[in-house]
Design a protein around this ligand. Structure first.
Ligand SMILES: NC(=O)c1ccc[n+]([C@@H]2O[C@H](COP(=O)([O-])OP(=O)(O)OC[C@H]3O[C@@H](n4cnc5c(N)ncnc54)[C@H](OP(=O)(O)O)[C@@H]3O)[C@@H](O)[C@H]2O)c1
Length: 305
């Protein structure tokens, strides 16, 4: 019999990728979307074969009707308190009402179990949701994948092309974990279909220090990059404080100081993964940083041709 997996956040970037793998694996996928979700996104899901239900996502009772016989609920929602705490709580209540046995919260982040409380706003919200989740009767599994590897070719200020620098804070030999969105999605789909998962699972498609990154980026870009130490961990902490004070942007999901909080947590070593679970499923080909950068170079060249 087909396993039924319910997704919230299926219209998002990561959620859409999880849906695709679940369908390839033969699961029945139901997506709960909000009443005002873009109809084009809904149509796209329906065309893929997903049953989509438009529901008031603050109404657990209304959502729970669509959760019957599901074996797992996956949340790939993105947002601040109203989403990570309030909406996820309602989704969790709906899952419990419908007797769904398992729940995957929308973590997909650095491993924050070792981070200091109060130092990373977005991850503190997830930790706060755990208090509710862990007190419930459902079996939760959180997935920690480090930063998405794609951020290296986008908003993460680490590979600075113009200056030919690899920027880092603190220690150039700090090991950093990265995983692509597709690898994270495939792993998550496997976890959703696996009835025997622990509370936490940790993965990294590749790990690298800033010093090692100089070598790889220089090879891929065919230019000599060098290390640039922006400052100590103490200095980045001070800059975060100043930025939060002068430009709080509390309503933005990713203000600059939030990006710096992620960067500080990686560079400080507190989020480093010591035990990896990525051999748990045999169908995943892990993308390395060099592969991702080469692919990016190739597509960039194609676009400029
Ligand atoms: N580790 C990393 O480096 C990294 C990087 C980026 C994201 N992430 C994490 O990955 C997860 C998914 O992120 P994403 O980038 O895929 O997000 P995304 O593309 O922005 O998608 C967000 C999803 O959440 C839904 N949503 C947003 N606000 C909502 C609300 N108020 N009520 C109900 N649904 C709401 C959206 O629905 P609509 O279509 O209706 O708007 C959409 O389905 C999040 O946990 C995020 O923090 C991790």
């Amino acid at each position: 019999m087909k396993k039924i997996i319910v997704l919230v956040g299926a219209t998002g970037d990561l959620g859409g990728r999880i849906v695709k793998v679940l369908l390839e694996k033969g699961a029945e996928v139901r997506a709960i979307v909000r009443v005002n979700t873009d109809p084009e996104k809904i149509q796209k899901l329906e065309k893929m074969g997903v049953s989509v239900f438009k529901v008031d996502m603050s109404d657990a009772q209304a959502m729970s009707k669509h959760f019957s016989d599901a074996s797992c609920v996956v949340s790939a929602l993105a947002g601040l308190r109203d989403v990570i705490i309030d909406t996820q709580k309602a989704v969790l209540d709906a899952a419990i009402m419908a007797k769904v046995p398992r729940f995957i919260p929308s973590d997909f982040s650095l491993d924050f179990t070792n981070l200091e409380v109060g130092k990373n706003r977005n991850l503190d919200l997830r930790r706060e949701f755990y208090q509710y989740l862990d007190a419930s009767s459902i079996a939760p599994t959180s997935i920690f994948n480090g930063p998405f590897m794609e951020l290296l070719t986008g908003p993460m200020p680490m590979i600075l092309d113009k200056q030919k620098w690899i920027l880092y804070w603190g220690n150039a030999d700090q090991m950093l974990d990265f995983t692509t969105m597709d690898n994270t999605a495939t792993f998550t789909a496997n976890v959703a279909l696996d009835d025997e998962t622990p509370r936490f699972l940790r993965i990294a498609g590749d790990r690298i220090t800033p010093r090692q990154m100089v070598k790889i980026v220089s090879e891929v870009r065919e230019k000599e990059f060098s290390l640039f130490r922006a400052g100590s961990i103490g200095l980045i902490n001070f800059i975060i404080k100043m930025m939060k004070f002068f430009s709080p942007s509390e309503k933005d999901l990713y203000p600059i100081w939030q990006g710096m909080q992620y960067m500080r947590d990686m560079m400080e070593g507190r989020a480093k993964i010591d035990y990896y679970d990525h051999n748990r499923y045999s169908d995943i080909e892990w993308t390395g940083i060099k592969d991702l950068l080469l692919e990016y170079e190739a597509t960039k060249d194609n676009k400029t041709e």
